[in-house]
Design a protein around this ligand. Structure first.
Ligand code: CTP
Length: 408
């Protein structure tokens, strides 16, 4: 298989330095990258950096190597064009079809998917001119990632930060895998739980698990990219908030239950990707448990935590609400998965094989999606966003209005 050809357009904003990390992610995962910085971008990061990181000269001039017709060829040959950062000026030029430099020419000649990752001050992002330009680009099929909220250049904070390079990379990888992104979850509210709960024994110790939260975060980010309103209930994760997602942070299984039930009251779908502790210590020591020489440690007595997935499946907050569970299995993966699907009463169970370095903390995942309707979809090992998209495909395929579903 030939390496996917990516054009990385960089326009002139301070966030240009973050595009270096994006570039590394592409090259290290086998993509062939042609960097096309604008003249303004070169004020922030020089040509030598782009050349060294991409392994080829940056394309900066329409008037260089004219016999190779670079203003047409670069765009025509690309499998994906991503512009990061995309300034307000660049978005305006792209929306109006201006072509006064190599990057804007490339945007006009590209017939592949185009992703824009905007970065600018909040005022510029919120200005009706920018918003209309973004709407125009989206209407024409371009993917414009929502900017993140946080510290901007200088002392101010707000919406307009370049999304995390890992997030831009994940979005690009999805676009390369799927060809385009649709807004097929627009108008739906989805709740995703992620991470692993921690059940405290005393102020410094807890019972926990190895969940990194990556699969749940991939679910939240992909649902937001497909137009859903997303509430992410995150238990003990160290991942950056996905752009455009409401994040509720929790620690224990009981806290996660409260947050999920609250959010689920208005949700069309709930996906329980969190690794929830089945048990918690019966007692919590308010002071640190000390060792005492010559005295055996007291056994830890555990009590059951509520099964949140079974609870929301049995008592749907809204008619027709869709509930998706996960199962981590080491043996008899399919048989155990089918039994768990029946026991939990959810609509869809994502069965992962775990152990021996599989799934936990990794960037890839394979799974079988078992439907209560008897369906069985196998997803080959691949990026967690690809599995996330396959799960949302199943959700999107079921009508948002339960009346339509029972009629169909
Ligand atoms: N889950 C939950 N509440 C719990 C335990 C698990 O909502 N107290 C959810 C998880 O979020 C996941 C699914 O149930 O979606 C499967 O969890 P798992 O631990 O694999 O299943 P168990 O029911 O605990 O079965 P077993 O321990 O027998 O594997």
């Amino acid at each position: 298989m030939t390496a996917p050809r990516v054009v990385l357009g960089v326009s002139g904003g301070i966030a240009a330095y973050k595009a270096c990390e994006l570039l590394r992610r592409f090259t290290e995962s086998g993509h062939q990258v042609q960097v096309v910085p604008t003249a303004a971008a070169l004020h922030f990061v020089g040509e030598a950096t782009w050349a060294a990181l991409s392994g080829r000269p940056a394309a900066t001039e329409t008037w260089e190597r004219v016999h190779e017709v670079p203003h047409v060829r670069i765009g025509q040959q690309a499998d994906l064009v991503v512009v990061a950062p995309a300034t307000a000026d660049l978005l305006a030029k792209a929306a109006h079809g201006l072509a006064d430099d190599l990057l804007t020419n490339t945007l006009l000649t590209a017939r592949c998917p185009v992703v824009f990752a905007p970065a600018m001050h909040t005022e510029m992002w919120e200005h009706p001119a920018t918003q209309e330009n973004v709407a125009t680009l989206r209407r024409r099929g371009a993917i414009v990632i929502e900017p993140a909220v946080g510290r901007l250049t200088g002392v101010d904070t707000g919406k307009g930060r370049l999304p995390d390079p890992a997030e831009i990379f994940a979005a690009c990888r999805r676009v390369l895998a799927r060809g385009s992104l649709t807004q097929d979850l627009a108008g739906r509210h989805v709740v995703v739980s992620a991470g692993g709960t921690r059940e405290p024994l005393d102020p410094v110790r807890f019972l926990g698990n190895r969940s990194s939260g990556k699969q749940g975060y991939a679910l939240a980010a992909t649902a937001a990219a497909r137009g859903a309103r997303v509430t992410l209930v995150a238990a003990n994760t160290a991942l950056p908030d996905p752009a455009g997602v409401d994040v509720v942070r929790v620690g224990t299984a009981l806290q996660l239950r409260d947050a999920v039930l609250k959010a689920a009251a208005e949700a069309d779908a709930v996906v329980m990707a969190a690794a929830v502790a089945d048990f918690r210590p019966a007692e919590y020591a308010t002071g640190k448990i000390k060792k005492v020489d010559g005295v055996e440690p007291a056994p830890i007595v555990l009590v059951r935590n509520p099964d949140i997935l079974a609870e929301i499946s049995a008592d749907r907050a809204r008619p027709g609400q869709l509930v998706v569970g996960f199962a981590a299995e080491t043996d008899d993966v399919l048989a155990n998965g089918r039994a768990k699907l029946a026991r939990k009463g959810c609509d869809l169970l994502v069965v992962n094989e775990v152990g021996d370095g599989k799934a936990f903390g990794q960037d890839t995942n394979s799974a079988v999606l078992l439907g209560a309707d008897g369906s069985e979809v196998h997803i080959a090992d691949g990026p967690k966003e690809v599995l996330a998209d396959a799960i949302w495909d199943q959700v999107a395929a079921r009508p948002a209005d339960p009346a339509d579903r029972s009629a169909g």
